[in-house]
Design a protein around this ligand. Structure first.
Ligand code: HEC
Length: 98
């Protein structure tokens, strides 16, 4: 085996570690960007259309799941456009906003 090839194989072996060193992107983050940012803002603080500041919300996972599924006031219901799994993911992401 020549040196170049073994160097290449060595780098290949390192790749998975490099990839997992990057901060994880939660699947809920993409759902949040698509469905929630227009009112809540990327950081949850935007407050458009009377949206509550998500960083100050003390609703737990259960309460948020209910609210995102069924809506409340000007907050639209997402029970039809998102699957229960997607609701769970976006709620989990919203809980990381601080
Ligand atoms: C059309 C604007 C709009 C969009 C889009 C929207 N929201 Fe809201 N959201 C609101 C409003 C308005 C409220 C306040 C509802 C009330 O209490 O009357 C709210 C409240 C909330 C609350 C409760 C905060 C608290 O403690 O009172 C959560 C959690 C929440 N939204 C999450 C989300 C998530 C997750 C999404 C995306 C799936 C989303 N919202 C999309 C407008 C929006």
């Amino acid at each position: 085996m020549n040196l170049q090839l073994s160097a290449f194989l060595f780098l290949l072996a390192l790749l998975p570690q490099v990839a997992s060193a990057a901060p994880p992107v939660l699947p809920g983050q993409l759902i949040f960007q698509k469905n929630c940012v227009r009112c809540h803002g990327a950081n949850g603080k935007r407050g458009l259309n009377g949206a509550h500041d998500l960083t100050k919300s003390n609703l737990n996972e259960f309460g948020r799941t209910y609210l995102v599924t069924n809506g409340m006031g000007k907050m639209p219901a997402f029970g039809k456009s998102l699957t229960p799994e997607q609701v769970q993911q976006v709620v989990a992401y919203s809980l990381t906003l601080k």
